[in-house]
Design a protein around this ligand. Structure first.
Ligand code: ATP
Length: 234
């Protein structure tokens, strides 16, 4: 479904991503793990058309989307659930969800999709008239996921969904992401929580200093001595 070939990304003189190649097959849940600053977020931003200075190729469903603007990428079926959630704090829950559907040509289906999001996250229905900025961190994460689902994506990019959440909410969030994949949406997820990410994915890539240094199934990576030593506390 998605292939990244030799992707390099620069910010002025810094090369944040250096020749990354990876692929995600339809129906897979693939994670990108690595330390702070390894280039994980930059890789996702490049996929969403948010990095201008890049080399390499990004192919989605057989078409080259390298350098395409963000709205084209969303329209092709790639949604981005960003780091830090980035909900619109002064808008209500309902308005935030509507923003997720802003590229639809018509209003058809928006209400039924919103109802589906409310079924999955009943707390959002209870709070639908409340400003998003007043929600708890976990609720804001649910809203960010719901907003991404509103564009009816084929592929969702999750950036560090566990960041800043209490451990029980992290488990809940990972459970929801696994369920989204089981229901047919392909997932590429960036996580610093290597243990959680490797436990739930089909395959994973480890990034270090902007390069892919290891790839394998979640269980292979959990057993890898370097991963254990450097990312799982031995
Ligand atoms: P984190 O978990 O901290 O987000 P990451 O693996 O996602 O880490 P990136 O955010 O992609 O890493 O950053 C990779 C490198 O690019 C880092 O050295 C970072 O300082 C640099 N970088 C990221 N964004 C910018 C920017 N807007 N301008 C300049 N340098 C940047």
């Amino acid at each position: 479904m998605l292939a990244i070939e030799g992707l390099s990304c620069r910010y002025n003189k810094i090369t944040a991503v250096k020749g990354v190649s990876l692929e995600v097959k339809e129906g897979e849940l693939v994670t990108l793990i690595g330390a702070n600053g390894a280039g994980k977020t930059t890789t996702l931003r490049a996929l969403s058309g948010l990095v201008r200075d890049l080399d390499g190729r990004i192919v989605f469903e057989g078409e080259d989307i390298t350098g395409a603007p963000p709205r084209d990428i969303i329209a092709r079926g790639i949604a981005h659930c960003p780091e830090g959630r980035r909900v619109f704090p002064y808008m209500t829950v309902e308005e935030n969800l509507e923003m997720g559907a802003y590229l639809r040509q018509t209003g058809n289906g928006i209400n039924s999709d919103m109802e589906r999001v409310y079924e999955q996250f009943p707390v959002l229905k209870e709070r639908r008239k409340q400003a998003a900025g007043t929600l708890s961190g976990g609720e804001q994460q649910m809203l960010a996921i719901g907003r991404a689902l509103m564009s009816r994506p084929k592929l969702i990019l999750f950036d560090e969904p566990s960041l800043g959440l209490a451990p029980n909410i992290v488990q809940k969030t990972f459970g929801i992401i696994s369920e989204i994949c089981r229901q047919g949406t392909t997932v590429l997820m960036v996580e610093q929580n290597a243990y959680g990410a490797l436990g739930m994915c089909h395959r994973s890539y480890l990034l270090e200093s902007g390069e892919v240094v290891l790839t394998g199934t979640g269980s292979d990576m959990l057993d890898n001595p370097h991963v254990r030593e450097a990312y799982l506390g031995g």
